[in-house]
Design a protein around this ligand. Structure first.
Ligand SMILES: Nc1ncnc2c1ncn2[C@@H]1O[C@H](COP(=O)(O)OP(=O)(O)OP(=O)(O)O)[C@@H](O)[C@H]1O
Ligand SMILES: [Mg+2]
Length: 408
């Protein structure tokens, strides 16, 4: 029976680096056993601008995750973000190789390779090729065509592309922190693993992760990922608006935003005040004024999200609506404002689909880190299944060999 295994998710965000440790039980469930966090140094809008600074933050986050989990961390699944990332949908078509028409793993691999052939600028690389569905002799909606009979195999894929330099710089920072990279994973793909309920996966849905420096958007239909995009704006812009508007330092603006921030200025009473202290003394600012600074920025971000969804070319309805996650969605009133602006059902997505120290990570800020663990556990399971079927095949061949030996 397989032993419990460890998977680590490393979310290198614009405001924090989070290292999450997950244990995969014998039954395949994911249990969170540790988390380490450190303010991030050297990232702007999800892009690395100081490799050593980022490496130091990663090391600190990893060390505190090691202390909490009691596990030595040697490798991790690493989240990738930044406005350089985009998605393209493509198709690959092949003739089935077997004379008897039975589709093999090799046919599927050839179809996916054919779908991968796109014009790629020299400075870009493919981060993921995600099969959405297979079509056999014109019959669509097939999830696993291996073993089916047909003559023509088509695959529809989503290809995620990113700037090579940005991905390599992230890789360097992780390696300098002494970690092996199990795989790079698109952040929005990870967040969606953590926050989407199974029923939302069966319908079309949009996941929006509002971080400090980025807003990550992913649109899923019933066949899987349809579109992904990352905007270089996030909740840090709200902090900086407050700092400018109230003439206070960024650190104070951040604190005020988290304690008193609300996006619905209409709902705030005029007579509720907060006291702002600085070198010039103390002054009162109404919560309505705070909200009137925050609201236009969030309206702007929501407008950009709406434009991205439009530009995705997705023509169907989105019955499951928009699931917001990431630290930026914790502003009071965001769900209400978003539902009105986007004209869709909206909910706030907390990490779910895991067990263990769930209270510690029950915050939208941790959706990416948790999702990286879930992604890693799925990958581990499919690698083990592939190895198992390979071993079964080898033992089948060995048993036939020994049967022949016995015979002669
Ligand atoms: N309770 C809260 N209320 C309002 N805003 C919050 C709250 N908690 C966190 N935030 C904001 O969320 C942002 C950080 O979110 P998160 O940790 O998801 O970002 P990140 O992953 O580091 O950045 P990115 O994803 O852009 O690279 C900060 O701007 C912070 O002010
Ligand atoms: Mg993030």
């Amino acid at each position: 029976m397989p032993q419990n295994r460890i998977v680590v998710g490393l979310d290198v965000g614009s405001t924090k680096v989070a290292a999450m440790v997950g244990e995969i039980t014998e039954l395949g469930e994911v249990k969170i056993t540790g988390i380490g966090e450190c303010p991030s140094n050297g990232l702007r809008k999800g892009i690395i601008v100081d490799i050593d600074g980022v490496a130091r933050s990663i090391l600190q986050a990893v060390q505190s995750a090691e202390r909490m989990s009691g596990q030595k961390i040697v490798s991790a699944y690493v989240g990738v973000t930044g406005a350089h990332i985009y998605s393209v949908n493509n198709k690959g078509v092949v003739a089935v190789g077997n004379k008897d028409g039975e589709i093999s793993v090799a046919d599927v691999e050839r179809a996916v390779s054919a779908a991968k052939v796109i014009n790629l600028p020299l400075d870009k690389e493919v981060l993921h090729v995600i099969p959405r569905q297979y079509v056999v002799d014109g019959y669509d909606g097939i999830l696993d065509p291996v073993g089916m009979v047909g003559s023509r195999l088509e695959v529809e894929v989503s290809i995620i592309i990113g700037a090579s330099a940005s991905i390599q710089n992230l890789g360097k920072a992780v390696s300098r922190a002494g970690l092996h990279i199990e795989g790079f994973v698109l952040n929005p793909l990870a967040s969606s693993e953590a926050v989407l309920q199974p029923v939302e996966r069966d319908l079309a849905s949009v996941v929006v992760d509002i971080g400090g420096g980025t807003t990550e958007i992913s649109l899923f239909d019933e066949d899987g990922l349809w579109f992904a995009s990352i905007l270089p704006v996030g909740a840090y812009h709200v902090t900086s608006d407050l700092a400018v508007g109230l003439r206070i330092p960024l650190s104070q603006a951040e604190r005020i935003k988290i304690e008193h921030g609300c996006v619905l200025s209409n709902l705030m009473p005029d007579e509720e005040y907060i006291v702002i202290s600085n070198v010039g003394g103390q002054r009162k600012v109404s919560k309505k004024v705070l909200a009137s600074i925050i609201e236009p920025r969030m309206q702007e971000i929501l407008h950009m999200i709406k434009q991205e969804i439009k530009s995705s070319g997705f023509k169907g309805v989105i019955p499951a609506g928009v699931i917001f996650t990431g630290g930026g969605c914790c502003l009071d009133g965001l769900a209400e404002l978003a539902a009105e602006h986007l004209d869709m059902p909206v909910r706030i997505g907390y990490p779910c689909n895991v067990g263990g120290m769930i209270d510690m990570v029950n915050n939208p800020r941790y959706a990416t880190g948790i999702g990286l663990i879930i992604y890693g556990s799925r990958r581990m399971a499919s690698q083990e299944a592939a190895a198992d079927s390979d071993n079964n095949f080898k033992s089948y061949i060995n048993s036939i060999k020994s049967w022949f030996k016995d015979l002669f």
